[in-house]
Design a protein around this ligand. Structure first.
Ligand code: NAD
Length: 484
């Protein structure tokens, strides 16, 4: 693979085009700071052009049969699977995650194309018994119209297919702005759409260094009928407020602060293994990353011992190197956020069990590496207990009773994912029902799949992606009342 991508273009109305202003911006490898490409720096004009192309294409695309739309998604799935290795290498270079994790994300991303290729054919309506004998009720589900999507850098390919696949299956056309840290991944995904023969204007890509003006156009343009956003709660709120003026549909996949609860009837070694795997997934840069690990007082010692021993074996470095499981953070600001939270916790009495520093040896100082970190004795007054970390820090808190831990777990403005380790069926069910989170893993650290609804409660979001719910987000319900 070339290590430097030539100036990469946006995809608007079926053509690869430069920015209206001819401006570009550089993209860097977060493992070593090397520049890996230049990308078109789109502005409002480019966003508007893309929206017009999507509007123009909407009539034809939504008028195609579900079977025809399905075929394009099937084809895109096949092309994506055929390009798996190439895509994984682009992702590791641009986002930093280990190659194995990149391959896993490509598979997860492709799964949405396949699943919604099938689901396109199941957009069923309804007939409803009417109150009058001369009346008939028929319910249709129709596409909402042109969709604007904004995606993050942490899962830079699958977050795109998770939106585009159901939108296209539903009959919508789409304009997408990827994160400025990972535009090359987005360009690769749009090359797949092109190769799959998806008609001009149905999918459009606008890349930009400064996201705010594009977000503004998306949220205020009258042709956009739906905004779908994955990213921080702060930006999600800005977009939702702006979109409210035209009462646009809004789906938001936002931040999280997942509790990970380990009860005394579980095996602490098994639970620690799960906690390490999910905490350090993507170096902690996942919205479903555990941000408070609650362990029953009676098993805290074996849990910490196992956790620590596993962390000590983790290797940080370039995702292209064998055996590396800790990739870089996205940028320096991310390192500073982690440093601030760890310093605050230690200043307020937390115990630094391992890690706790930026990694600099063996050239790691050229990238954004932070040691996998375990903090004991974390308390509710610490920043890390409330703020999302988005980095490789595991804060541990002890508890004594079920009621106490349920209350502590729910004491957050977030409500995305939660994890519970127990061998008791009734305890598992009580926790599943009592936790105010959209996704609950019971002895399961990966409760996600293309077929399953993913999304949060409270300030973690609105709507769901994946599964049946995921396509409903792109459909309007229309009632027909017929007097016969
Ligand atoms: P971010 O909100 O800054 O960026 C996400 C996207 O929003 C990027 O494409 C960015 O360019 C864009 N953006 C930023 N400011 C904007 C603005 N003013 N107007 C329009 N678009 C704007 O978030 P981040 O820090 O880059 O990403 C991490 C966050 O994303 C975390 O909080 C994480 O929990 C969340 N996230 C959530 C999910 C989920 O499914 N719930 C998945 C991944 C990440």
């Amino acid at each position: 693979m070339k290590s430097h991508h030539d100036i990469s273009r946006m995809y608007i109305n079926g053509r690869w085009v430069g920015a209206n202003s001819h401006a570009t911006f550089p993209v860097y490898n977060p493992s070593n700071g090397e520049k890996i490409g230049d990308v078109a720096d789109g502005n409002r004009d480019d966003a508007q052009k893309a929206i017009h192309a999507a509007q123009e294409a909407f009539g034809l695309w939504s008028g195609r049969t579900a079977y025809a739309r399905s075929k394009y998604l099937h084809k895109a799935y096949q092309v994506m699977m055929d390009s798996k290795e190439h895509l994984a290498r682009v992702m590791t270079q641009e986002q930093g995650k280990p190659l194995k994790a990149s391959r896993g994300e490509i598979q997860y991303g492709a799964d949405f194309l396949l699943w919604y290729a099938e689901e396109a054919k199941r957009i069923y309506g309804e007939t409803i018994p009417a109150p009058r004998s001369d009346q008939r009720f028929i319910v249709l589900r129709q596409p909402v119209g042109v969709v604007a999507a904004i995606t993050p850098w942490n899962y830079p390919m699958s977050m795109i297919t998770r939106k585009v696949a159901p939108a296209l299956a539903a009959g919508c056309t789409i304009v997408l702005k990827p994160a400025e840290a990972t535009p090359l991944c987005a360009i690769e995904i749009f090359k797949i759409f092109e190769k799959a023969g998806i008609p001009a204007g149905v999918v459009n890509l606008v890349t930009a260094l400064n996201p705010a003006p594009i977000g503004e156009v998306f949220a205020t343009h009258p042709m956009i009928r739906k905004i779908t956003f994955t990213g921080s709660t702060q930006v999600g709120k800005i977009l939702a407020k702006k979109a409210a003026d035209q009462v646009k549909h809004v789906s938001l996949e936002l931040g999280g602060h997942a509790p990970f609860i380990v009860f005394e009837d579980s095996d602490p070694v098994y639970a620690a293994k799960g906690a390490v795997l999910v905490k350090f997934l993507n170096t902690g840069q996942a919205c479903i990353s555990p941000n408070r690990i609650f362990v029953h007082q009676s098993i805290i010692e074996p849990f910490i011992e196992e956790f620590k021993s596993r962390v000590s074996k983790m290797l940080a470095g370039s995702g292209f190197e064998d055996g590396v499981s800790i990739g870089p953070l996205v940028n320096d600001a991310a390192i500073q956020k982690v440093e601030r939270q760890v310093r605050d916790a230690v200043d307020q009495g937390a115990t630094l069990i391992c890690g706790g520093q930026r990694l600099k040896d063996n050239d790691l100082d050229k990238g954004f590496f932070y040691a996998p970190t375990l903090l004991g004795g974390v308390t509710p007054n610490m920043l890390i207990y409330r703020e999302e970390t988005f980095g490789p820090v595991a804060p541990v808190i002890t508890f004594n009773t079920d009621e106490e831990v349920l209350e502590m777990a729910n004491d957050t403005n977030y409500g995305l994912a939660a994890y519970v380790y127990t061998r008791s069926l009734s305890r598992a069910m009580r926790m599943f029902e009592g936790l105010r989170f959209g996704i609950v893993g019971i002895n399961d650290i990966n409760p996600t799949a293309a077929a399953a609804p993913f999304g949060g409660m409270k300030e973690s979001g609105l709507g769901r992606e994946g599964g049946r719910d995921g396509i409903a987000e792109y459909l309007e319900t229309k009632l027909g009342g017929f007097s016969i």
